[in-house]
Design a binder for this molecule. Structure first.
Ligand SMILES: Nc1ncnc2c1ncn2[C@@H]1O[C@H](COP(=O)(O)OP(=O)(O)O)[C@@H](O)[C@H]1O
Ligand SMILES: [Mg+2]
Length: 327
């Protein structure tokens, strides 16, 4: 029996209409998220990850034009919601953990007052219980302080508490939630997110430019390049049988603790302008590209357990051959 997806995205397109021209930031992105599943979105800066999350939250700026064949949360068409419907879904249905905790809080208002904006007149004992659940019980006495008096890790835990615990959403969108934190605190925050998934059965879309972080928390991963989802696969399959040349380049660029005896490689070239190319956006940097790749954009195709946009997706043996050829 198939379970109804928590989130269904089909052919999502987002174009930013700017003074310097139209930027196709997200192009034909499709994925499903099952209840309780953690899906990672990985890709370099500018590949469209945050724009996907903003489109789901219907928080795109006015210069953006978004369209999708389907954008549904628990069977509700998000594109069709009016302002009141959106307010209902945001917070209580879908929670968002922002990238920079500092910029999401007012710097001139004591935390206690800001908590009240989110939590209403929740009794102090319940507030303390929530704080305890994110490892912040000790902070309960310091709530009259301002955000700058707390560490980045503490503020991120607080925002996770507000977005994931206080209103009990069933979907959590996390936009590089640990990027600004140092390694130890990053590991604690990742564990906290996994713990919440475990206890509350939350579905999570976890965005990061770091495949190493994605590998620690995600069941499945979507690799984005120039606005396209170029490969989506279960995390184990992605590491064992990467099929898109860009996925393989990302894996080679990982520190060795995630790989087995390969050198660190840097991906040459840049993705700038790739979203306007007629063929495959990765063709200019791809070691395998042929004339067809520069002329015709590949469709998304099911290959093994993965969905791949490549004219020449590799099976496991082929991947090894190409890696050797490129080395
Ligand atoms: N408000 C905006 N106005 C114009 N272009 C934007 C805006 N936000 C994002 N973009 C462009 O959309 C593309 C995708 O950006 P983004 O979703 O932020 O990528 P990522 O989160 O993967 O770094 C980039 O080319 C970026 O410059
Ligand atoms: Mg981003």
């Amino acid at each position: 029996m198939r379970t109804e997806p928590l989130l269904a995205v089909r052919d999502l397109d987002v174009v930013f209409d700017t003074a310097r021209g139209r930027v196709p930031a997200v192009r034909g992105v499709s994925f499903d998220l099952a209840p309780g599943e953690v899906l990672g979105l990985v890709g370099e800066s500018g590949s469209g990850k945050s724009t996907v999350l903003s489109a789901v939250m219907r928080l795109l700026p006015g210069v953006a034009v978004a369209g999708a064949r389907r954008l549904e949360f628990q069977g509700t068409d998000l594109m069709a919601l009016n302002a009141a419907g959106l307010r209902g879904v945001r917070g209580t249905g879908i929670g968002l953990i922002p990238q920079r905790p500092m910029t999401s809080l007012s710097q001139v208002t004591p935390l206690r007052k800001q908590l009240r904006w989110f939590l209403g007149d929740m009794p102090q004992s319940e507030v303390e219980d929530l704080l305890g659940q994110v490892g912040l019980r000790a902070v309960a006495e310091r709530l009259d302080g301002y955000p700058f008096e707390f560490s980045g890790g503490q503020l991120q835990r607080l925002l996770i508490m507000l977005s994931a615990l206080a209103r009990r959403p069933s979907l959590l969108l996390a936009d590089e939630p640990t990027t600004t934190l140092d390694a130890t605190v990053q590991a604690q925050v990742l564990r906290l997110i996994l713990d919440l998934r475990e206890r509350l059965g939350l579905g999570v879309v976890f965005v990061s430019h770091d495949l190493g972080v994605i590998a620690q928390v995600c069941d499945r991963v979507g690799v984005m390049y120039a606005g396209r989802l170029v490969e989506t696969a279960p995390i184990g399959e992605l590491f064992d049988h990467p099929r898109h040349p860009y996925t393989r380049a990302l894996l080679r660029a990982l520190p060795s603790r995630y790989r087995r005896g390969e050198r660190i490689a840097v991906i040459g070239g840049t993705a700038a302008g790739a979203n306007r190319l007629p063929g495959c956006p990765f063709a200019p940097r791809c070691p395998r590209a042929e004339a067809r790749c520069r002329e015709q954009e590949p469709e998304a195709r099911q290959t093994g357990g993965a969905v791949v946009r490549c004219h020449f997706p590799e099976d496991a043996a082929g991947a090894r051959n190409t890696t050797e050829a490129a080395a």
